[in-house]
Design a protein around this ligand. Structure first.
Ligand code: URA
Length: 433
């Protein structure tokens, strides 16, 4: 077998066999296939795509390139949730305690910030003392004792995906449906859950900008899960504007705590309850409607908040964060206001630019080794459809000395459009696949 022939076959639009896929992926991981050939292969996939069988095989090969986590020490049906990535997307911080409070074990491996989107692990590390790296034994012990543990992905979880993603990022081959679906699902399969709820973001802040391509991605991911005999539900959700009120690590933890105390923003609460209900449904806790009621009740009654407290303290985080989040979380006291330049309505928000603006403040990374600043972020005060007068505050920027404020403000200025008509407001939940 030769890499050249496999690239040629894919370039010409033909389907590859499992042996050919293995040859490319495992050869690349071992360093036997050079970057230039893997890049050409990825570009061939970018233009010629993969069929359903190829996607399932590609995912399986990447999943098995490293550890396959065996969650059998944890009792009950394990349901995982995954978001394709958004701006202000702190759902795990609320959904995980809701479902855990309803008896669904949460044994979750989460990621860090990627591109313009944030990562759950970075957010959790805003809580003083919180440990995101636990031994597998302690991870299982916490789930069995408290019903919940969230840790960073082990270095050896789908290493083929890690290596291929880095190359995709440098060769303009990230945004191809088969490649995204197999990248995400390889990590999910390796994580060992029995079923998955996939939050597929749609809109200006998502990988998928329109409903049609988001639906294709959702179908591809659900298809991969089913090919591996796992149940999956994909929920297509609005990412045409930032989710909730805050973007940035500590600020998103703050918002999650407010939400668990019953003071959440409407769009964020709706999303959390819906995702939690689908997780409970897949965990066989009842009909979807019943699960929705249970999820709402957990949030309103404070059961989810108590579960969040167990979760934080079990992972060595400062429990006082629940009572005094504004004091315990590192949140910058230096605030700059971004104001409306004219009167009208907020008609569109380029949400990706808001995410990048937040990165320029210091909340994200441009290189893997970069340190993030947990204290910075953006508070969103105006969203699509809101009327504004000249000089009304649209957003507050929480900054540090290292923030590139000028670039952030320019990005926000480009991100917001104000016209004399309210823009098209999308529902929070767009479709279920
Ligand atoms: N997230 C991933 O893990 N992989 C992709 O390809 C895109 C988003």
């Amino acid at each position: 077998m030769r890499a050249y022939d496999i690239i040629l076959k894919k370039r010409n639009g033909n389907a590859l066999s499992k042996e050919e896929m293995e040859y490319m992926v495992l050869g690349f991981v071992k360093g036997e296939i050079p970057d230039y050939q893997m890049s050409a292969f990825l570009m061939a996939v970018y233009f010629q795509h993969m069929n359903k069988e190829e996607r399932a095989m590609f995912t399986e090969i990447m999943a098995h390139s490293g550890d396959m986590i065996d969650l059998s020490p944890i009792k009950g049906k394990k349901v995982d949730k995954h978001s394709t990535g958004g701006v202000g997307d702190k759902t795990t911080l609320v959904v995980a305690p809701i479902v855990a409070s309803l008896g669904v074990p949460v044994a979750k491996m989460s990621g860090r910030a990627l591109g313009h989107t944030g990562g759950t692990i970075d957010k959790l590390e805003s809580i003083p003392g919180f440990q995101t790296s636990l031994s597998l034994e302690r991870f299982f012990e916490n789930v069995n004792k408290y019903g919940i543990a969230v840790v960073g992905q082990t270095a050896n979880l789908a290493p083929a995906d890690k290596k291929i993603y880095a190359l995709r990022d440098a060769t303009a081959t990230v945004d191809e449906i088969s490649l995204i679906a197999s990248s995400i699902m390889s990590k999910k399969l390796a994580g060992g859950a029995d079923a998955f709820v996939l939050d597929v973001k749609v809109g200006s802040g998502a990988f998928m900008k329109d409903l049609k391509s988001a639906k294709e991605l959702a179908e591809a991911m659900v298809g991969i899960a089913k090919s591996h005999n796992k149940e999956a539900v994909a929920v297509l959700t609005n990412m045409n504007q930032p989710l909730g009120r805050f973007v940035g690590n500590s600020l998103e933890v703050l918002e999650a705590i407010y939400t668990l105390k019953g003071k959440g923003e409407e769009d964020f609460v709706e999303l959390c309850i819906t995702l939690a209900a689908w997780m409970c449904y897949l965990a066989e806790k009842g009909s979807f409607e019943k699960c929705l009621e249970m999820a709402k009740d957990s949030l309103i009654s404070g059961k989810a908040l108590e579960k969040f407290r167990d979760f934080v303290t079990a992972q060595e985080g400062e429990g006082e964060v629940i009572e005094r989040p504004e004091e315990i979380l590192p949140i910058s006291g230096k605030i700059v206001e971004f104001k409306a330049k004219q009167e009208g309505y907020i008609s569109t928000i380029d949400t990706e630019k808001v995410g990048i603006a937040c990165n320029y403040l210091g909340a994200g990374r441009s290189k893997k080794e970069d340190k993030i600043d947990h204290s910075v972020g953006i508070e969103i005060l105006k969203k699509i459809g809101d009327p504004v007068h000249k000089d009304d505050i649209i957003a507050k920027l929480y900054i540090s000395e290292k923030s590139d404020l000028e670039t952030s403000l320019k990005l926000l200025n480009d991100a917001y459009t104000i016209t004399n008509h309210p823009g098209e407001k999308w529902n929070t939940i767009l479709e279920v696949v």
